[in-house]
Design a protein around this ligand. Structure first.
Ligand code: MLT
Length: 284
């Protein structure tokens, strides 16, 4: 079901699916990648385990949420876009839903937002699923790539930005043998506005380094990564696990950066097992 609520004069749209079960297990907040929206989580929303509620918001500007206020003033205006903007909207969403804490599952940019949410309000995070993401800030080389992306966006709009990203967003197996997934991701990304994508690029390139915070994560953590992920591959997930001795790590075979979309059954199995508390630390 799709709902919306007003935060700071803007509408935040979200998908919300609850499946009754013998006990009320809790809520999972699903945070989408760049440059997509909540619909990327449809395979997970279609398979919510009994007792759980999955909520997938469109981050500000994306999907059906109101335009990003930064877009109106431009990045030279008074508002400086920060990854924390998305996290603050999510805290308002949790307040609106009267949910004290949720398991936060973020993929790639969604993972950066999950780190921000935990930094701002650790008590609202009862578990973390960090999928195809990384804890560190952009390197100088990555920042230069983002600046190039901003220039492409200014010149040609969202279309060339998305076309430039597709080969890296999806794994080799998906690109070669899952045309429906490739088409679906392309359509989802091409549907986003330049006013969402532009400030998001700034937020990605200015996000803080969360590496030091890894050791201080008190909640259960699951790391999931596509084996063919060319952006945040298995070595990055293993690096995070080295700092998180109690975290489970699941590598999704034949999937790239968008592992939840490329191999939904494998991703859902990992998520379900984590939610059931069955993934044990490799070191325990
Ligand atoms: C994403 O999938 O959200 C992006 O690849 C994140 C990034 O470019 O750092």
């Amino acid at each position: 079901m799709r709902y919306e609520f007003e935060s700071d004069g803007r509408l935040i749209s979200f998908l919300d699916v609850a499946v009754p079960g013998p006990r009320h297990a809790g809520m999972v907040l699903l945070l989408h990648a760049f440059p997509l929206d909540a619909r990327m989580w449809e395979p997970q929303l279609a398979a919510v385990p009994a007792g759980w509620r999955f909520v997938a918001p469109d981050l500000r500007g994306f999907g059906r949420s109101s335009p990003d206020p930064v877009a109106a003033t431009g990045t030279r205006g008074l508002m400086v876009p920060s990854i924390d903007d998305y996290a603050r909207d999510l805290l308002s969403l949790l307040d609106h839903l009267r949910v004290p804490a949720a398991v936060v599952c973020g993929l790639s940019m969604g993972g950066y937002v999950a780190f921000a949410l935990h930094r701002l309000a650790p008590q609202r995070v009862s578990g973390l699923v960090l999928a195809d993401t990384r804890p560190d800030a952009d390197s100088p080389q990555a920042r230069a790539g983002r600046e190039q992306m901003q220039a492409t966006l200014a010149q040609g709009g969202v279309h060339p930005v998305v076309e430039g990203m597709i080969p890296r967003l999806l794994g080799a197996t998906t690109r070669a043998s899952r045309p429906a997934v490739v088409d679906g991701v392309r359509r989802l990304a091409q549907a986003q506005s330049a006013d969402a994508v532009g400030p998001a690029i700034t937020r990605l390139m200015t996000r803080p380094d969360s590496t030091k915070e890894l050791g201080g994560l008190a909640c259960p953590v699951l790391l999931v990564t596509g084996e063919e992920d060319e952006i945040t591959g298995p070595e990055i997930a293993r690096g995070m696990q080295a700092r998180l001795p109690h975290a489970g790590l699941v590598l999704v075979g034949q999937a790239g950066h968008l592992s939840s979309l490329e191999r939904p059954a494998a991703f859902n199995e990992a998520l379900d097992r984590f939610l059931e508390g069955r993934i044990e630390s490799a070191g325990r």
